[in-house]
Each structure stands twice: as C-alpha cells, then as structure tokens.
Design a protein around this ligand. Sequence first.
Ligand SMILES: [Zn+2]
Ligand SMILES: [Zn+2]
Length: 201
Amino acid sequence: MTMQLRCRCGAVTGEMNTSRAYTRATCYCKDCRAYGRFLGQPGILDAGGGTDIVAMAPAAVRFTTGSEHIVCMSLSPKGLLRWYASCCRTPLGNTPRNPKVPYAGLVTACFDAAPEVVDTAFGPRDRIVLSNKSATSPVSATPLVFVTGGLRILVGIIGARLRRERATPFFDASGRPLREPEVISRDQRAELEREDTVARS
Ligand SMILES: [Zn+2]
Ligand SMILES: [Zn+2]
C-alpha cells in the first residue's frame, strides 16, 4: 500500500510504498536523540528519548511537493545525512552518505496516517529496540527481534543492490546529495548531548 508523507505544516508531502519497508525500530542512540533535539519539535522523541524509524528502500520514497524545503544536517563530517523539512523542522529520514547504499531510515513523525494504520503496515512500535542502554529512561532490550530486524535490513539492502536500484529522492543522478549537509560543530553537538545528563539526573 501507499503511505502518505507530510511535514507538520504541510508544505512537504510525498509517499512511500510500504511493501519496501525493511523493518520498524525505535532507536535510542545518542545520535538520533541529538538530531531530534536539534530539530526541537514535539512528537519526535518518545519518553525514553527514542526515535521511531521505518528502514526501507529509498527507491520506494517520493516527494511530491515542497522539495525546495528539504534540507539535511549531519552530526559530524562523516555522519549520516539527516534529512528534514526546513519549513517546520519535521524529520524526514536518515541516509548513509554513500548514495549506492539503498537504505533510508524514515522517521515516522512525517507519516501522514493514524498510529493504528502505521502499526498495521509496519508492525507495532517498540518491537525492535536499538541502543536501549542509552535511553534516557529504562527500556528493555529485544535481542531476538533485534537480530531478525537487522537481517531484514541486510536482506533488503542486498535485494535492492541486486536489482540495481538507483532511484532515491535524496541524491541527484550523479550521486550528489540534493542539498549540501549542514555539519554542526562539536560544541553544538556537545550542547545537544548535555540535555541527556539533565534528563537523567
Ligand atoms: Zn513543513
Ligand atoms: Zn539512532
């Protein structure tokens, strides 16, 4: 089925083919959390500081309006490209810097669908948990589903590579990212992480 994508203000819209999702996971890593805080909008991070992500084939994602608002940032010079709608700072998704790796981790905050619809399409939230040890409140690990989740991502990536899928809404035909990433400074990064210590104390 087709899932509609929409930033909070509605300027950026798009769609994705749910059958090309690899897996759904909640990531509690410090990087995803720093990104959520960088955006500074409600509804991105859950109570434990986690981000709900659907890993999928970028070829199955398409933006239909507002592409001029799509920008990206990175937490370090070699870090993932973290795409968002600059109009209202809604996260869209994360991609590796290498356009040949067919992986996009879409942040469900940009899905234009009721939570039940998202659950039906990708399975329940929190079934797979990544980096639970760096959650800001206790989150239990999900070792077995974590392994199957990782495998599904791997199988998805290999499948997309075998099919020589080149399409991605985040890079142009020559493999350059749609936008020059804004790489934040170490100080800025440290500032975003400092909020972790505050949250834990
Ligand atoms: Zn917007
Ligand atoms: Zn993460």
